[in-house]
Design a protein. Structure first.
Length: 301
C-alpha cells in the first residue's frame, strides 16, 4: 500500500461514502467539514483519481470510488477482526447485518426475520433501512452483509451479485371512498386530483414517469414527492391525493382496507426484487439460512 495513505484517509472516505455528505461525515467523525474535505482531496491526490461525482449536492461515488469502497471496507473489517483476535476479546454472538429497502420492509422481510429466529436462535439480526443509495453504500463497505429490495441500476452493481426473488409492481393508492374508486383512471381524471410521486433518484421513478408519459402526462407536476409510508399514508387518508408507490410498501394497509388501489390502464412493473451480496463475501450459516427463507417466502407469493 502507498505509505502516504493513512487510516484517517480510509475512515474519512468510508464515512463520507456511507452518509453522502461532507457535513454528515464531519459530525460522525467529530472533526470539521474543511478537515473532511482536505482529507478526501489528499486521498484522491495519492490515488491519482477522483472517487466522487461532485456535480450534485450529495456526494456520489463514481466507478473508481465504488471499487475502492468495496475493498477498503473489507480491509477495515479484517483489521477489526485482527485486533479482536490479538487482544483476546471474548467471542460475540453471531451477528447478521441486513439492509432493507421500503419495498420489502413492511411485508416480506419481517416474516423472514421471524423465521430466521426460529431457525438460527443464536443469531443477532441487525436491520438497517433507508434509501437505495445509502443501503448500497453500506453493502459495499462491509457495514451490512446483505441488501434486500429492488435491484440497483446496472452501473451500480459492480462487485455485487443479485438473486431474483420476484418482480415488483407499482400501485396507484387512494383513501377508501375516493371519488375515482371504481372509475376508469383516465389522464383527465389524474389531473383533477393532487398527485404524490416518487422523487427523482427513487428506484420506481423511471417506471412511474414512463407510465405517465404513456398517458400524455410526461410533464405532470406532483403536489408531493415521497416514498415514505408514514407520511404518504397519512396524507392520502386525509385528502383526495393519489399516490404512485411500490405495492410492497403499502401491502399491509391494503390488506386492512385503510388504503385502496385504483385500477390502472395497464400493469406498472417496478423491476426485480431480490437479494444483493458482495461477490467476494463468505456466507455464514445464518446468512445462507436467511437467503433460503427469503426464497421460500418469495415462492409462496
Amino acid at each position: 500500500m502507498n505509505p502516504r495513505i493513512r487510516l484517517r484517509h480510509i475512515r474519512c472516505f468510508l464515512e463520507t461514502a456511507r452518509i453522502g455528505s461532507l457535513s454528515g461525515a464531519a459530525d460522525a467523525l467529530r472533526i470539521s467539514q474543511p478537515a473532511v474535505s482536505k482529507t478526501l482531496r489528499e486521498l484522491e491526490e495519492i490515488l491519482g483519481t477522483e472517487l466522487f461525482d461532485r456535480s450534485t449536492r450529495r456526494l456520489v461515488l463514481n466507478a473508481a470510488g465504488r471499487s475502492f469502497q468495496q475493498h477498503a471496507g473489507t480491509a477495515m473489517a479484517a483489521l477489526d477482526t485482527a485486533e479482536a483476535v490479538a487482544t483476546g476479546a471474548a467471542p460475540r454472538s453471531e451477528r447478521l447485518a441486513v439492509g432493507v429497502l421500503p419495498s420489502v420492509a413492511g411485508t416480506l422481510f419481517p416474516r423472514a426475520a421471524v423465521a430466521l429466529r426460529d431457525r438460527c436462535p443464536g443469531c443477532v439480526l441487525r436491520v438497517s433501512t433507508g434509501p437505495n443509495w445509502q443501503i448500497l453504500s453500506q453493502l459495499r463497505d462491509g457495514g451490512i452483509d446483505m441488501m434486500i429490495g429492488q435491484m440497483a441500476r446496472p452501473d451500480q452493481m459492480e462487485g455485487l451479485s443479485f438473486r431474483h426473488l420476484y418482480t415488483g409492481r407499482v400501485a396507484l393508492v387512494a383513501r377508501p371512498g375516493h371519488p375515482l374508486l371504481g372509475q376508469p383512471v383516465t389522464p383527465e381524471a389524474l389531473t383533477r386530483y393532487p398527485l404524490m410521486l416518487p422523487p427523482k433518484g427513487a428506484l420506481i421513478y423511471p417506471a412511474v414517469r414512463a407510465f405517465l408519459s404513456s398517458l400524455g402526462l410526461q410533464g405532470a407536476e406532483p403536489a408531493f414527492e415521497n416514498v415514505s409510508l408514514a407520511f404518504g399514508r397519512k396524507v392520502v387518508q386525509l385528502s383526495d391525493t393519489l399516490w404512485f408507490i411500490h405495492s410492497g410498501v403499502v401491502d399491509e394497509e391494503l390488506a386492512k382496507g385503510s388504503l385502496v388501489t385504483l385500477d390502472l390502464t395497464h400493469e406498472v412493473l417496478s423491476g426485480p426484487i431480490g437479494i444483493s451480496l458482495r461477490e467476494a463475501s463468505v456466507q455464514s450459516e445464518s446468512l445462507q439460512a436467511l437467503i433460503d427463507i427469503l426464497a421460500e417466502l418469495a415462492q409462496a407469493r
